[in-house]
Design a binder for this molecule. Structure first.
Ligand code: GDP
Ligand code: IMO
Ligand code: MG
Length: 428
């Protein structure tokens, strides 16, 4: 069986898009299985930079089949805007190259509105969502009132479901949040049109994936967000509403666990986070600013400045366990170049005791003080490294320590944003 999973091992933005694009060369199919256009995956090939949100990062190749699985939530407007963007960038997208699950849930205008209104109502206890309607859409899915891709293709079903939803959501929008009600006719007309445009892309993608894997094709599953944003295993409630961990693949793509062969965890050589919530190794000083500027740590989706901090190995080890990661891809080694002493968190001190696990309670986590091990830094020469041997001796030590602490080999090292600045140092 040949299913390879790419997982974000931190709070997202680890470079999953870049690593997926790199690995896609050796794959036949690339699949998104959760999240939606809250994701922002930047891929650089030669002198061009592509920003992807909903479309799998395999799309830049002509010969790969890209799949949006049932676990993804789809904003049809965002989907078609992204297709237009890709076309403008010279990337051809057709129904032979991109298919969408008939079971995926649709992000409706009321989801986006409620996402924003509920964040406003939370005041300074807001989550800091991307405002794309992700949480409210998954809420409806689990409340069993959602509208799916297959419903968009049937005008009568859509009408029936939308009437019930608009009536209910308008009451919430008006009476709970004091917002402006939506007009049924406008939404219906717009979404009937999206249904017609979406029709050629729609398939039972689970069948396609099963057949592909059975016939020996290589399938790559591209995670969005990261382990610490997982609805169960992340820093709840400061999380997204899906399962970015490898366990999410089976449900979100409709395949069995026996079809997954390996899982690669993508991890920056330091840590970043967008939005609110605890972050034990966060740097509030000039070092944090230095990393942000050197690594250009600004969100692809919302443009927000990312919070920056040292690498947290407690988190990485947690990600290894939760997703059964078989190897790691370490990105942005070049960003740390020039820093004299680099710190790595190897445990937390909680109420006078040393712990090396990630606590469930946010109140406990907020009291955790990171315990650091210090490493000697390296210079900018890492940017040009093509093999492990080319790396600065101190960078090699850093990578070896990550392997030792997590008990997991590093398979890929990334030393720059470009596809060409990627090296395989071990089997993945
Ligand atoms: P994703 O959401 O996990 O796909 O990550 P993003 O694309 O949101 O953020 C990662 C950013 O780092 C992007 O701008 C990438 O182009 C960039 N990037 C990825 N790997 C490297 C690397 O090794 N070095 C540098 N300097 N940038 C990288
Ligand atoms: P990629 O795939 C980083 C964060 C938001 C917020 C929380 C909930 O690029 O790694 P949501 O809109 O999902 O309800 O927001 O999750 N978040 C991300 N942070 N990278 C992402 O995706 C993210 N997707 C959501 O900032 O804190
Ligand atoms: Mg991102």
């Amino acid at each position: 069986m040949s299913g390879l999973v790419v997982i974000g091992a931190q709070w997202g933005d680890e470079g999953k898009g870049k690593i997926t694009d790199f690995l896609a060369e050796g794959a036949d199919v690339v699949v998104r299985y959760q999240g939606g256009n809250n994701a922002g995956h930047t891929v650089e090939v030669l002198d061009k930079k592509y920003k992807l949100h909903l479309i799998p990062s395999g799309i830049l190749y002509d010969t790969k089949l890209c799949v949006i699985g049932n676990g993804v939530v789809i904003d049809p407007k965002a989907f078609f805007d992204e297709l237009s963007y890709l076309e403008k960038e010279g990337v051809k997208v057709s129904e032979d190259k991109l298919i969408v699950s008939d079971r995926a849930h649709i992000i409706m205008p009321y989801h986006k509105l409620i996402d924003r209104l509920s964040e406003q109502m939370r005041g300074n206890k807001d989550i800091g969502t991307t405002g794309k309607g992700i949480g409210p859409c998954y809420t409806d899915k689990h409340e069993r009132t959602g509208i799916r891709v297959c419903d968009l293709l049937n005008k009568e079903t859509l009408k029936e479901k939308l009437e019930i939803n608009i009536a209910a959501k308008n009451r919430i929008i008006k009476e709970v949040y004091g917002g402006e009600e939506l007009n049924f006719d406008e939404v219906y007309k717009e979404y009937v049109e999206y249904g017609e445009r979406l029709r050629p892309f729609v398939k039972d993608t689970s069948v396609v994936l099963y057949d592909a894997i059975k016939s020996g094709k290589k399938v790559l599953f591209e995670g969005a967000q990261g382990t610490l944003l997982d609805i169960d295993y992340g820093t709840y409630p400061y999380v997204t509403s899906s399962h970015p961990i490898s366990g999410g693949v089976c449900v979100g793509a409709g395949i069995g666990p026996t079809m997954i062969t390996n899982a690669i965890g993508v991890c920056k050589a330091y840590t970043t986070r967008v939005g609110k919530g605890p972050f034990p190794t966060e740097l509030f000083d000039e070092m944090g600013d230095y990393i942000r500027e050197k690594g250009f740590e600004y969100g692809t989706t919302t443009g927000r400045a990312r919070r920056c901090g040292w690498l947290d190995l407690v988190i990485l080890k947690y990600a290894v366990r939760i997703s059964g990661l078989t190897s790691l891809a370490i990105t942005k080694l070049d960003t740390l170049a020039g820093i004299e002493k680099i710190k790595v968190c190897v445990g937390y001190e909680l109420d006078g005791k040393v712990i090396d696990y990630f606590p469930a309670s946010l109140e406990d986590l907020e009291r955790c003080k990171p315990i650091y091990k210090e490493f000697e830094g390296w210079d900018n020469s890492v940017e040009g490294a093509k093999t492990f041997d080319d790396l600065h001796e101190n960078a090699k030590k850093y990578l070896r320590f990550i392997e030792e602490y997590t008990g997991t080999r590093v398979s890929i090292v990334s030393v720059g944003p470009n596809r060409s600045q990627t090296m395989v140092i071990n089997k993945f």
